[in-house]
Ligand binder design. Structure first.
Ligand code: SF4
Length: 341
């Protein structure tokens, strides 16, 4: 495909970098991506306040601690009033965006979610949704209610691996829904897991290609972290180096994208998020979920920031951003090429 960006067109070189993320060439690519990030989106890091409002999920993804078959999880659902109140606290703390995230939980109807969005918009917040696969008419309803962004990672671009990891689901369906979200003019976030059992450098290259083909506004890339209560609990996990080279290649493929330094990275290495911010990332997602629910929302184990209150989280994150010479963004942090109308 001729239009592919150079970094993807030079496939063999990309595959070598992916296979050897600690090499000198990989370090040069990471510096280059950091430099490009500075030129395209600047020094500011956008903060998104994350509200994990339900840990019920109808799916059974093999790597996920919230999977339906995990009986060890204490399940919770926040009420609409709790979600709205938490968003309001986020606005008071200075957040411009909240991310409303849950497992795939049909207990919240399309209409209930639309009403929550309308209320949250009253605080002047940008609303990002991360609710998984729902009906296209619901996506339309929520967009009309004011939601501007939707996160739904494709997780892996290999259809066979996808099916193995997501029983009863298909990559084709996921891509169809991501395209439907684009049609509705959401800023769309996709992304993938690095270090999955059975994953190859070629599959990771295809992950980047898919994000580029979708022209995703956001690309979330996190390491695989084995959760002991899942079928993949004994597999080795992904590393910071593997994840950072993918962040760098994503930045070089999509120069204006919003790319988070994921909490999963911070969970496997104290400075994992700083490493990603210096490899091309420009977003962080501090946790706003009330602390008494947080420990029960663990897609992967040993997640960081389970005990800190929302204000503490914001303070800690701000300090980390300043420590690497970056600033906290003061604007809503939309994708620079997204046209709201
Ligand atoms: S990854 Fe998402 S969809 Fe899959 S089981 Fe976990 S919460 Fe559910």
């Amino acid at each position: 495909m001729n239009d592919l960006p150079t970094v993807l067109r030079e496939r063999d070189q990309a595959l070598r970098l992916i296979a050897d993320p600690c090499s000198e060439s990989a370090q040069q690519i990471i510096s280059g991506a950091d430099h490009l990030r500075a030129q395209t989106v600047g020094p500011a890091v956008h903060l998104r306040g994350l509200i994990e409002f339900s840990n019920y999920c109808r799916n059974n993804c093999l790597y996920c601690g919230l999977r339906r078959d995990n009986q060890q999880v204490s399940r919770y659902r926040m009420t609409a009033a709790e979600i709205i109140e938490t968003a309001g606290e986020g606005a008071k703390l200075g957040y411009k965006t909240v991310v409303l995230q849950s497992g795939e939980d049909p207990a919240y109807s399309g209409e209930v979610i639309a009403e929550i969005i309308r209320e949250v918009k009253q605080f002047g917040l940008v609303v990002t949704l991360s609710l998984g696969e729902r009906e296209p008419w619901e996506y339309e309803l929520w967009r009309a209610a004011g939601a501007e962004r939707y996160l739904m990672r494709h997780e892996t671009a290999d259809p066979v691996l996808y099916q193995k990891l997501h029983p009863g689901q298909s990559l084709l369906q996921r891509i169809t829904l991501l395209k439907a979200l684009k049609e509705l003019n959401y800023q769309v976030g996709t992304g993938f897991i690095v270090g999955l059992p059975g994953q190859t450098p070629d599959i990771l290259w295809r992950d980047l290609e898919l994000a580029w083909k979708l022209q995703a506004e956001m690309v979330g890339i996190g390491p695989f972290i084995p959760h002991p209560e899942t079928p993949l609990g004994k597999e080795p996990g992904g590393t910071v180096d593997q994840t950072c080279i993918m962040v760098a290649l994503a930045r070089l493929s999509l120069p204006y994208a919003l790319i988070p330094a994921t909490t999963a990275l911070g969970s496997i290495d104290r400075f994992g998020r700083e490493a990603a911010l210096q490899a091309g990332a420009n977003v962080l997602m501090p946790n706003l979920t009330p602390t008494f629910y947080r420990a029960d929302y663990q897609i992967y184990p040993n997640k960081i920031c389970l005990g800190e209150g929302a204000a503490e989280c914001r303070g800690c994150i701000t300090g980390r951003i300043h420590s690497i010479g970056r600033t906290v963004a003061a604007d809503p942090g939309h994708h620079p090429l997204w046209d709201q109308d």
